[in-house]
Design a protein. Structure first.
Length: 609
């Protein structure tokens, strides 16, 4: 049984039972059964299934891990955390985060005016709000308003101009002044795709010289007692902890020096985000080399050690990891619409009454193939195919003979692979890859998996059923956009194998996992495909409930988001049909009704799938 690397990426969130992918929680519902129940309601196209309990699990794991490290290391500071809204701002996600995070006082991080308004409206009073990114005076005033409302908010300075704006607003307004944080531009940097988030050339933060100037300005304007936090971030998806350790030593020493310079109110170090999520389905692709507990142990131990040596009180520790919290909670389910086969099934054979001798021999090989002769017969079939191609080039056999040869040889290869599944060889693997199949999925990669298209990020993919039968077809996936980039290619070093199925006789569903971070917010309406159908699943000891369904936007709704008048478009189309000729009035009426139905449906294809 192909387990699709579930032991590497699933973190015990998903398991395989009775040949189906199931949620490893309480009653263990099957993704296949959930999918069929939703589709029975008439919903077609891609489904995005949310599992809020996985958000709760990640929040709990984060806090319990750091609390354990704090207790074991006798650390005197507290652990606090915020969720960066840029990772996923969708209402169902933020609702789950705030509800599940309330017992921990889990807060939100904003990086724009709109996100700040969202944080102000969604964060419970007392839970922290941090504000990063570049800010104008209006955004800073919003921060003052949040403080006036009673929010525990910190405005993180990204440059001296922002600090000057904070000083001006504080002078001109009687609103409560929020806490002030300063982002450090460390010499230390991360590694991998997002390494440029840290280092001396990073986009954000103050250098040592600018930091001293900021402290001077705060003192000069009697605002130093609002300076509560230093912040740094060395990059997302940290593959190992070594770069973080370097950054912690640098930031920890800066923190201690600031305390000694008179920054008495300074009490927190925000280490940013970057907790890694494992996406690998193959051992050779693994990216995460540490556990959450190792991460928290190193952070707590290093900061404690630095502060003890410097004789400085232990700071509170903030994190802003977002992908770690929400990546696992969402699963994309897509039906397969069609197989664009490079070979054919046996039903494609058109055997003549009289066939060339080599075709007759291929028929015998196919009929007599068994586990003891599979490799021998496979070699014979390949030799026959080369001979038949030569005979075709010389004009001795016709196109139907060539077609029959291709079909028979491919059928023999498939049968031989199945018979030899327990004894694979490199030769068989090479032959298997020649049978690569193109699976057309009812989805848009640009909309639902933009990081694959933009960054080459691979996501775990597996069928959600048929998992107790061998999957031997090397698979590439085509989406339904009119773009050649809408393809997930087959890679021999990290292969995806799917089942050889007949779509006319059965449905086949693929699951894409760990898609809950960034994919929705970065997804684009390429070819005007909208956000997929969205559902939240609540699981109990005895059953599951589909508690929320939001269907994908209709054709007219998607068009209207570009600025078109949907009413005018509908009227134009109806007018053109009503004035058409050569059809009866009843046909006009029926056609207009059908048009109106199509326009309120979504862009995804509505076949039996």
């Amino acid at each position: 049984m192909n387990k699709y690397g579930i032991n590497l990426w699933a973190d015990d969130n998903f398991i395989i039972e009775n040949g189906e992918a199931c949620i490893n929680h309480l009653c263990h519902p099957s993704l296949f059964k959930i999918t069929n129940e939703i589709r029975a309601k008439g919903i077609r196209g891609t489904l995005l299934l949310r599992f809020p309990h996985l958000i709760e699990k990640q929040i709990s794991n984060l806090y319990s891990s750091f609390d354990r490290s704090i207790n074991e290391n006798r650390y005197k500071g507290e652990f606090k955390a915020v969720f960066p809204l840029k990772v996923n701002q969708f209402p169902e996600v933020i609702s789950s985060i705030t509800n599940c995070g309330e017992p921990y006082q889990y807060g939100l991080e904003a990086g724009s005016k709109a996100e700040l308004v969202l944080a102000m409206s969604q964060t419970i009073i007392g839970a922290p709000i941090t504000v990063n990114g570049f800010k104008d005076t209006e955004m800073i005033r919003l921060g003052f308003m949040a403080a006036q409302m009673g929010h525990n908010i910190t405005l993180t300075i990204e440059g001296l101009a922002e600090l000057e704006s904070i000083i001006e607003v504080a002078k001109d307004s009687s609103l409560k002044v929020p806490s002030i944080g300063i982002r450090l531009r460390l010499h230390s940097s991360g590694s991998g795709t997002w390494a440029k988030s840290g280092g001396s050339d990073s986009k954000f933060g103050l250098s040592a010289t600018e930091l001293l100037e900021a402290i001077h300005l705060l003192k000069q304007n009697e605002l130093l007692h609002y300076f509560h936090m230093v912040h740094f971030h060395i990059g997302s998806q940290m593959q190992d902890i070594t770069p973080l350790k370097r950054a912690l030593r640098e930031a920890g020493n800066i923190y201690a020096e600031l305390k000694k310079m008179g920054a008495d109110a300074l009490e927190s170090i925000n280490i940013g985000g970057g907790l890694s999520v494992e996406y690998a389905q193959h051992e050779n692709d693994r990216i995460c080399t540490y556990t959450l507990q190792e991460f928290s142990n190193d952070v707590v131990f290093l900061l404690g050690e630095i502060m003890n040596k410097k004789g400085v009180e232990h700071p509170h520790i903030f994190t802003e990891s977002g992908s770690f919290i929400v990546a696992s909670h969402a699963v994309l389910i897509s039906p397969v619409l069609e197989l664009f086969s490079q070979d054919h099934q046996e039903k494609s054979l058109r055997i003549k009454k009289e066939n060339p001798p080599l075709i007759e021999e291929l028929l015998d090989l196919n009929r007599l193939l068994n586990s003891s002769n599979s490799i021998e017969f496979l070699h014979d079939a390949l030799d026959h195919m080369e001979s038949l191609f030569t005979l075709f080039d010389l004009g001795y056999i016709d196109l139907q003979d060539r077609s029959n040869a291709e079909v028979l040889v491919h059928v023999i290869i498939k049968k031989a692979l199945l018979l030899s599944i327990d004894h694979p060889t490199s030769e068989l693997q090479r032959l298997q890859e020649k049978l690569q199949e193109k699976y057309l999925i009812n989805a848009s990669i640009f909309q639902s998996l933009p990081d694959y298209w933009g960054l080459g990020q691979r996501f775990p993919i597996m069928p959600v059923h048929k998992l107790n039968t061998p999957a031997l077809r090397p698979a590439a996936l085509w989406d339904i956009t009119c773009d050649s980039d809408g393809e997930i290619t087959f890679e021999s070093q990290s292969p995806l194998y799917l089942h050889d199925i007949n779509i006319d006789e059965e449905e086949y569903f693929l699951g894409f996992f760990n898609v809950g971070a960034y994919q929705e917010t970065l997804g684009m309406n390429h070819n005007l495909f909208s956000h997929p159908n969205e559902c939240s699943i609540e699981i109990t000891n005895t059953e599951y409930k589909i508690k929320y369904i939001k269907e994908a936007d209709s054709l007219l709704k998607v068009i209207s988001t570009l600025g078109y008048d949907e009413i005018k478009i509908l009227e134009t189309l109806k007018f053109s049909l009503s004035n058409s000729t050569f059809i009866t009035e009843k046909e006009k009426s029926d056609t207009i009704a059908q048009l109106e139905l199509y326009l309120i449906q979504n862009s995804y294809l509505r076949t039996t799938n």
